[in-house]
Design a protein around this ligand. Structure first.
Ligand code: IMP
Ligand code: MG
Length: 182
């Protein structure tokens, strides 16, 4: 990745932060941790749309767990570059997860409000266990104290895009991760 490469989305400037190579390395590490912890089990992956679709596709393939199932749910809390503080469920879960070992796959944990809300919703459906895997974790932004079980990167509380993450629905296709310029 060229260090001087910038991208402009909706008039905001972003600079390179994590390259696709660095991302691939950490995704592989998290996948190996999951494969180790779930040896002999059939986890049910739950990809949180929209942002986690790129991470989930790479992570699940890297685990090599071929009898795992995957479902999708959708929540929304961000508007522009900040959290609205209210979490909306946009697409709920139709698949049965009763008695299953669920692994939620999320793009980023910021305030932790979305994560806590999802876990509360899922526990109503009586899974055997629920764990949480996130690509990115902003520990300094927490409003909930939520700590993910698996994380690829801990990052400072700055707005980022790429590798599935968006600015108002844009820039999800960028293969590397970019951070907003100070
Ligand atoms: P939380 O509920 O505040 O933890 O926010 C989680 C959700 O906010 C994520 O699933 C993302 O959709 C979105 N989000 C948080 N931080 C960022 C960011 O830096 N870039 C893009 N989306 C973000
Ligand atoms: Mg999200």
């Amino acid at each position: 990745m060229q260090e001087d490469k910038q991208v402009i989305v909706d008039g905001l400037t972003f600079v390179p932060y994590l390259s696709r190579e660095e991302i691939a390395l950490q995704v592989k590490r998290v996948a190996q941790e999951i494969a180790h912890d779930y040896a002999g089990k059939q986890p049910h992956f739950l990809c949180v749309l929209t942002g986690a679709f790129v991470f989930a596709a790479d992570l699940i393939r890297e685990t090599g767990i071929n009898d795992a199932q995957i479902s999708f749910i959708r929540y929304k809390s961000y508007d522009g570059t900040s959290s609205t503080g209210s979490v909306k469920q946009i697409i709920g879960l139709n698949d049965d997860i009763e008695g299953k070992d669920v692994i939620i796959i999320e793009d980023i944990v910021d305030t932790g409000l979305t994560a806590c809300r999802m876990i509360d919703d899922l526990k109503q459906k009586n899974p055997a266990s629920v764990k949480f895997a996130t690509l990115l974790y902003k520990p300094d932004s927490t409003q909930t104290g939520f700590i993910p079980d698996y994380k690829a990167f801990s990052i400072p509380p700055k707005f980022i895009i790429g590798y599935g993450l968006d600015l108002d629905g844009k820039a999800r296709n960028i293969p590397d991760i970019y951070v907003i310029k100070d």
